[in-house]
Design a binder for this molecule. Structure first.
Ligand SMILES: [Zn+2]
Length: 249
């Protein structure tokens, strides 16, 4: 392992450590999660004070002490502090949810996970409307769950293998799988045909294109509910941000 690592990174979590240090959890551009000590970062005069708070995008230098097996942050310079997220609770809690999923699924195991997260933060930071934040949450979850390999294509029934018709609903049956109405025992956790269609159309689009796709609450609400359920099952325990930020997510 190299002792010094330089990379772009995003702070996912920051905890106080001792008198005036901070223990930060970082997501690096090669999609690694690293916990590192930022020495003196909680001190009022430290240049790292502002940058070691959650969701700052930085260029950083990290040093690995092989004897203690500890990482230390030796340098940080801010690239984007995402002011739009800090002044809007809906944006803040949405990003917090994404960060919690990354932390609890250990980065998702795909090297492109960082790029997806960084892009999503950037889009949410600059979003003009609440509806766009909702859409971006759904786009991100869909792509992240696909990347992590825990979701099957909902337009194919897991039980009978049939591709469902354009006017049919599917039902989430657990473990990232979906069944058609004939195969599903319980008709709950429905993805109606409009929601399914929306997911199908936008999944091949860039964020710029997907954001212009017309949609409404009837479509977005079931998509979001379903993707959050799948994210929960990936992680295996309730997502804390859903409780603390329930008014905003
Ligand atoms: Zn079926």
């Amino acid at each position: 392992m190299k002792r010094i690592q330089r990379s772009e990174l995003i702070v996912l979590k920051s905890e106080k450590s001792g008198e005036n240090h901070r223990l930060v959890t970082l997501f690096t551009s090669n999609s690694q999660i690293i916990r590192a000590l930022a020495f003196g970062a909680a001190g009022s005069k430290s240049p790292m004070r502002g940058l070691t708070t959650p969701f700052c995008l930085c260029e950083g230098e990290l040093y690995h002490d092989p004897v203690k097996d500890l990482w230390r942050v030796t340098h940080l310079s801010g690239k984007d502090l995402y002011d739009g997220i800090r002044s809007d609770l809906k944006k803040f809690y949405t990003i917090s949810l994404l960060a919690e999923i990354i932390l609890k699924s250990y980065g998702g195991g795909d090297e492109k996970a960082y790029a997806l997260f960084e892009k999503t933060i950037r889009f949410i930071d600059r979003a003009r409307e609440n509806a766009d934040v909702e859409k971006l949450l759904a786009f991100y979850l869909w792509r992240y769950l696909k990347m992590s390999g825990v979701i099957s294509d909902p337009w194919e029934c897991e039980s009978c293998g049939r591709t469902v018709g354009r006017s049919e609903s599917v039902f989430y049956t657990g473990d990232g799988q979906f069944s058609c109405s004939s195969c599903s025992k319980e008709l709950s956790n429905e993805l109606n045909h409009q929601a399914l269609n929306y997911l199908y159309i936008t999944s091949g689009m860039t964020y710029e294109e997907a954001l212009t796709e017309e949609t409404g609450e009837m479509v977005l609400a079931p998509v979001k509910k379903c993707l959050i359920l799948i994210a929960q099952s990936l992680i295996g325990y309730p997502l804390k941000t859903l409780e603390t930020g329930s008014m905003f997510i």
